[in-house]
Design a protein around this ligand. Structure first.
Ligand code: NAP
Length: 505
């Protein structure tokens, strides 16, 4: 089979052989204390491609020890020094973009071109926060009574636990590590057990970039709960940043509440994609393809519910069907593949159940798609129209290439349907009416709004949700503040002494 340059079996082997497979604790790569390992599989074939150290609770606590020990020295480095380290890390990630992309495709399945896109996106957090590291500032002001001065300063929160998901193995790690390091925090990173390799490769590049021992530790484990809970309950940990599903986020929030631990939560989504009757339909279809099928539909920002005005719904569906029929399902390493495998069997089961439920409740199957035989966990894209209220697919994150269309009659109904979910991460809207776009920005219950675009993620913008989609923001000017705390100083009025030489004139 034809492969893109850089995706030959020999290259895959070379890249896999170069990945460290131990735990990184206190600047030393090492096996788990128990000696245990777990398998990492390629979802395109089901083959085991690597075995990595399987940390237990004691390993996690040793990583926290290292973060605590390295904390004061790292916090005391000059902001410019931290910026330079992050900037070198950016350069190294870009230099190794092809290898990182290959690794991601092998352990996660997305098409190679998309993995390369994620490397660019993920690297950008290192560059963005290298620039933010030197811009942390405080305030000086007069209190309202005029009797004193108020000053604020920002200081690093301290050791952090960063828990990341499998769907964007590089970008979800850099989106946390870069602001934490820029702020002067030390971190323990716990990647998903399905995709630990990219994080391990990133950690090796961070070391090369000059990140000192203990500032970044990586703990891979097949027992996430057993390893994370003792850290969350340990008073030395000062921050938990989690990206993943809402149920796990909610469990971790409950654990964190005991010590009132600071948290950032980037959780699940159920994005509405609104197409109004005045929309540029070509643009809407382009946006729909990106918002639905990027990452094989496995993105928290994936459009989950296509809500289309009655007047344009048939035409929208006709054009979408034409585009979906062009999709090429296959290994992410094969040239021309647009839809790689889903991450695992559970993901295939979920797509099957949601499609079956929607059809039983009256949806029309426009493109059947469905399970693909053979090794690997593939689902060919499905398009459903006339999806009826009450269908499970309208409530549940599909996390797969199933595009479900429902209709609305007017703007009020569109907004009501869009907001009819516990989630509020991102919404998309296509309209040429500027006033309507502004109304949507003010009425949709969402952390982000893609207006006439199908992708919103950008290192320079605050990413995050409302409602059950999470707490806090990553990226943008806001991102670094998740890792800083504000200290306020009160001083007397320096002019209070009337005999002061520079008394107010
Ligand atoms: P997940 O099952 O919640 O897992 C996320 C991470 O949490 C993984 O590292 C996982 O480790 C770990 N974890 C699981 N149970 C844990 C526990 N009891 N204690 C501590 N850690 C635990 O989510 P996922 O399936 O990997 O990712 C998909 C979800 O992430 C979707 O809902 C998606 O919307 C969301 N997501 C959100 C954003 C955002 O920015 N809002 C971005 C990407 C993804 P193991 O995998 O090793 O079990």
């Amino acid at each position: 089979m034809t492969r893109l340059p850089g995706a030959s079996p020999d290259d895959v082997r070379r890249v896999l052989d170069a990945v460290p497979t131990g735990l990184l604790v206190g600047g030393r790569w090492q096996p788990a204390e128990s000696g245990a390992t777990f398998d990492v599989r390629d979802p395109a074939t089901g083959d085991v491609v690597a075995q990595v150290a399987d940390a237990g609770p004691a390993d996690g606590l040793r990583a926290l020890d290292a973060a605590v020990e390295a904390g004061p020295a790292w916090a005391a480095t000059a902001p410019r020094e931290r910026a330079d380290v992050l900037r070198r890390a950016f350069d190294l990630v870009i230099e190794h973009a092809d290898d990182l992309a290959l690794l991601m495709t092998v352990e996660m399945g997305k098409p190679l071109a998309e993995s390369r896109g994620e490397v660019t996106y993920g690297a950008e957090f290192l560059r963005w926060f290298s620039e933010e590291a030197v811009r942390v500032a405080g305030r000086y002001g007069t209190n309202p009574e005029g009797t004193g001065r108020t000053l604020t300063l920002q200081r690093p929160v301290g050791p952090c636990l960063l828990v990341t998901p499998w769907n964007f193995p590089l970008a979800m790690a850099t989106r946390k590590i870069a602001p934490a390091l820029a702020a002067g925090c030390t971190v323990v990173v716990k990647p998903a057990d399905l995709t630990p390799l990219t994080t391990l490769a990133l950690a090796a590049l961070l070391e090369q970039a000059g990140v000192p021992a203990g500032v970044v530790s990586v703990v891979t484990t097949s027992r996430a709960g057993d390893v994370c809970e003792p850290l969350i309950r340990d008073p030395r940990l000062r921050k938990l940043s989690f990206t993943g599903s809402t149920p796990v986020g909610s469990t971790l929030l409950a654990q964190a509440s005991e010590r009132v631990l600071r948290t950032s939560m980037e959780l699940g989504g159920n994005a509405p994609f609104l197409v109004f009757d005045d929309a540029d339909l070509d643009a809407a279809v382009d946006g729909a393809m990106q918002a639905k099928f990027r990452n094989v539909g496995q993105a928290c920002t994936a459009a989950n519910r296509f809500l289309v005005h009655d007047a344009v719904a048939d035409e929208f569906v006709r054009r979408v069907v034409g585009r979906v029929r062009e999709a090429r399902v296959g290994s992410g390493l094969d040239e021309g593949t647009t839809i790689g495998p889903l991450i695992d069997e559970r993901a295939v089961d979920k797509a099957r159940d949601l499609v079956r439920d929607a059809v039983e409740r009256g949806a029309t199957v426009e493109v059947e798609g469905g399970e693909v035989d053979g090794p690997g966990t593939y689902w060919a894209p499905t398009v459903l129209s006339d999806v009826q209220p009450g269908s499970e697919i309208l409530r549940t994150e599909v996390f797969g290439p199933v595009l479900a269309v429902s209709t609305f009659r007017d703007e009020a109904e569109a907004v009501r349907l869009a907001n009819d979910t516990e989630y509020g991460l991102v919404s998309y809207a296509y309209t040429r009416d500027l006033a309507r776009a502004q109304r949507l920005a003010e009425t949709l219950e969402t952390g982000m709004l893609g207006l006439d675009v199908g992708v919103v993620s950008n290192a320079g913008a605050p990413f995050g949700g409302v409602k059950a989609s999470g707490l806090g923001r990553e990226g943008g000017a806001e991102g670094i503040h998740e890792y800083l705390e504000t200290v306020y100083l009160m001083t007397p009025d320096p002019f209070a002494d009337a005999s002061a030489p520079a008394a107010r004139s």
